[in-house]
Design a protein around this ligand. Structure first.
Ligand code: ARG
Length: 461
């Protein structure tokens, strides 16, 4: 074969792959992302082989030293495998044999790339889950900090995107804190199911060597080992669960993004975008665009797509390994990068890119009918059955609209025509600060409850 690199395959093959097929088959272009984990996994495997006497202790040591050297070579940029390596696993094994000689060829004893790639992917995802959990924690800290400054800042609360009842801005922001809390919990659950070792499952059926799967699993910090070798090499549930968790994280960020985009519009005017987090238009000099939340909202769709893609990729696979499974990586890597980038950008946006327009917010909650429920509650507290009170207030809203008035503008005579039980204290009862502060049921927007929620949140993170 002259100068060509040695064929990957056994002597069964007589001619090399067609170059286009080699490119089509290769995963080195993306699975190089796994190299650090591949090296770590291989070191544990080599140690296990030595520990079990399958190779000698000195051979195991040479393998580990060689793998360590590859790590350094990769980090310094000296080792940059090309397409001819097919995938990261072959690239490492080939380089190892160049470094340590023929003993390098012993590394793959009692192992297949099928259990190897499963091991690598789990090690990778474990580490990513920890990073993302950290980021979620920072995100929560920022939400908490801003909320702490806005317990008594009011913002219209909506249902159906119609003004419903005003709420504390802190309460609104803390809803996202709670979502992030669930996101963290979910990731920890995914972590537990990711943290199982498939190493030693072999190609599909286990191995004839007297390996110790628990030993290598322990070296790698896995909590347990797969109980069934066929399942071990072909299970990607953990990746799908991660994509599902990633989708939920982004769905949450995307909802807030949508709100920020609305709030920053001329029509709402609830927030101003600061220059550090906004962009301009190439033609309209007056514009300031909310690109960050728009991109987060847009990228969310990509991650949903990866989840869908992975489910569809898996659904028709007979046991055990099939090359289709190589397709798991780009989806996973892209989802990880996207979640990390979106969390970072949204954290910065919230921390320093937004300024709430307090006069505008105060004016908004004072100039609508979002205190109508409070009039009904007022009457119900005086013994009028709620449904009856609700109808009376509905009528009051109708006549107010006809007279171009708000409820607060009705005279006491007008109120008493609506119901004689209404007295002067109605004005106080329907003032925005009062209606919010009075919703003091557990988990509600009353200031006392919001302060309690902030305190609980502080102890949670
Ligand atoms: N690059 C492959 C993957 O990512 C490694 C496993 C290959 N196994 C095989 N039997 N061809 O899935």
């Amino acid at each position: 074969m002259g100068n060509q690199p040695p064929s990957t395959w056994s002597d069964r093959f007589e001619s090399p792959l067609h170059p286009a097929i080699a490119r089509f088959n290769a995963s080195i272009g993306f699975d190089i992302e796994l190299i650090e984990y591949d090296l770590t996994g291989s070191m544990a495997h080599a140690k296990m082989l030595g520990h079990q006497g399958i190779i000698s202790a000195s051979e195991a040591e040479q393998l580990v030293t060689g793998l360590e050297q590859i790590r350094q070579e990769y980090r310094t940029g000296y080792f940059q495998p090309g397409i001819d390596a097919e995938d990261v696993h072959f690239a490492v094994e080939r380089r190892l044999t160049e470094i340590v000689g023929d003993v390098g060829k012993k590394l793959h004893t009692a192992r297949s790339r099928n259990d190897q790639v499963g091991t690598d992917t789990r090690l990778y995802l474990r580490s990513q889950i920890q990073d993302i959990s950290q980021q979620l924690q920072q995100w929560q800290q920022v939400l908490l900090d801003i909320a702490s400054h806005h317990v008594e800042t009011l913002i219209p609360g909506y249902t159906h995107l119609q003004r419903a009842q005003p709420v504390s801005l802190a309460h609104h922001l803390m809803a996202y804190f709670q979502m992030a809390q669930r996101d963290k919990q979910r990731l920890q659950e995914v972590y537990a199911r990711t943290n199982i070792s498939p190493l030693g499952c072999g190609a599909l059926a286990g191995t004839t060597f007297r390996i110790d799967r628990h030993y290598s699993a322990e070296l790698l910090g896995f909590q347990d080992v797969y109980a069934n070798s066929l399942d071990g090499v072909s299970d990607r549930d953990f990746a799908i669960e991660f994509l599902c968790s990633a989708s939920l994280i982004l769905m949450h960020l995307s909802r807030l993004s949508e709100e920020v985009i609305l709030w920053a519009s001329e029509e709402f005017g609830f927030v101003k975008l600061k220059d550090s987090c906004a962009t301009g238009s190439s033609i309209m000099p007056q514009k300031k665009n909310p690109d960050v939340p728009e991109l987060v909202r847009g990228k969310t769709g990509r991650v949903f797509g990866h989840l869908q893609g992975m489910l569809v990729m898996m659904k028709g696979l007979p046991l055990a390994y099939n090359k289709d499974l190589q397709e798991d990586k780009e989806a996973l890597f892209d989802a990880v990068k996207t979640v990390k980038a979106c969390l970072e950008a949204m954290t910065i946006l919230l921390q320093e890119g937004l300024e709430f327009n307090q006069p505008r917010l105060a004016a908004a909650v004072a100039s609508d009918f979002s205190n109508a429920t409070d009039v009904a509650d007022y009457l119900a507290a005086k013994g009028v059955p709620f449904r009856e009170a609700y109808n009376l207030v509905g009528k009051a809203v109708k006549t107010s609209i006809a007279a171009n008035k708000l409820l607060k503008d009705l005279t006491i005579q007008e109120w008493q025509e609506i119901h004689p039980a209404i007295s002067d204290d109605i004005y106080q009862a329907i003032a925005p600060q009062q209606v919010v502060s009075a919703r003091n049921s557990f988990g509600g927007t009353g200031f006392e409850q919001v302060r309690l929620a902030l305190e609980n949140a502080r102890s949670q993170i």
